[in-house]
Design a protein around this ligand. Structure first.
Ligand code: DAS
Length: 312
């Protein structure tokens, strides 16, 4: 909320967040998208996004004139890409749980939102449409992974087991990176009789950045789920900092090593299961792995939360 004077001036101009406005203060004129006040911002400074992309605050003083130029609706909405059925492509299920990979910048307000519709992921990675057919998209919740609890692991495991017992080739789970290795370990134990690949995938950089890694990660995760013969839970993320290939790392052996590097996940005391290329090639790097089969998967979600670690 802005100060009462600013709110009143905006109201009489009919200006709402997201509208394009003009602010005239004496000889100074500023035009841009009206943004909400930032939490610690001066309430008498009106924040606008200039066409250059920069946000500025313009101090509201007596005599400042505000004019609404265009309504937010005319500025445009983030489109959601619908999955088209391509019977020739292998079917996979996608479970969206949140994290940077499922977030998007709203170019109207400049805010970052978790995708409310998993189809929006397709908009971020259009190549996916030519790689696999997304048979179903499920989204039990959309949260940053630091907020996940063991109850969420159970819910993901139950949904994944159901999906794996349909005719899909595998399951892709989009997830925040901070605790992805905990979820991958939990799912590795919870998904019993696993007979198909399960890929956990995220992004270190957000989709509005040129260095967004989520598109290639998602593509490789989809290839792992659809085309590999490895029936294991794996984290599929950049293998090196360039957009070359991803590693599929066994769910119980992965660790996040860095806060921002694109190749943050590394296997610990293990080789990666495979190198997955964005064009669909999969090179097995580890000779020991569980092979694809036909057994019925079930979720064993018994979990004891009352555990203490005693460090000596
Ligand atoms: N906070 C992080 C999380 O959700 C962001 C990310 O890496 O996706 O784990």
């Amino acid at each position: 909320m802005y100060s009462p004077e600013v709110e009143k001036a905006l109201e009489s101009a009919g200006a709402h967040i997201g509208d394009i406005i003009r602010i005239q203060r004496g000889s100074e004129v500023y035009e841009g998208i009206l943004l909400p006040r930032s939490e610690y911002g001066d309430p008498s400074c009106i924040v606008i996004k200039l066409s250059s992309g920069y946000n500025i605050g313009v101090k509201y003083t007596p005599g400042t004139v505000i004019k609404r130029l265009r309504k937010a609706a005319e500025v445009g909405k983030f489109p959601a890409k619908k999955a088209e059925r391509k019977p020739s492509l292998p079917p996979v299920s996608l479970i969206a749980t949140g994290g940077t990979i499922g977030s998007r910048v709203d170019y109207v307000t400049g805010g970052v939102y978790m995708c409310v519709k998993p189809e929006e992921l397709l908009y971020l990675t259009p190549e996916l449409e030519d790689a696999v057919y997304i048979e179903r998209m499920r989204s039990p919740f959309l949260v940053a992974s630091e907020d996940l609890t063991p109850d969420d692991w159970k819910e993901i495991a139950e949904i994944a087991a159901k999906e794996l017992n349909t005719d899909v080739r595998g399951v892709v789970i989009t997830h925040g990176t901070d605790t992805m290795h905990y979820t991958s370990a939990a799912l590795s134990f919870m998904l019993r009789n696993l007979s198909k690949p399960v890929a956990l995938v995220g992004a270190q950089r957000s989709p509005d950045r040129g260095s967004f890694d989520g598109a290639m990660n998602l593509l490789c995760a989809a290839h792992y789920a659809a085309r590999s013969d490895i029936a294991e839970v794996a984290i599929v993320m950049h293998g090196e900092s360039s957009d070359t290939y991803c590693y599929a790392i066994r769910g119980t052996k992965a660790r996040k090593m860095h806060t921002s590097r694109r190749d943050t996940f590394r296997p610990i005391n293990d080789l990666p299961l495979a190198r997955v290329w964005p064009d669909g090639r999969i090179e097995a790097l580890n000779t020991k792995y569980r092979k694809r089969g036909s057994s019925e998967v079930y979720a064993d979600t018994a979990f004891e939360k009352r555990v203490a670690i005693v460090k000596a």
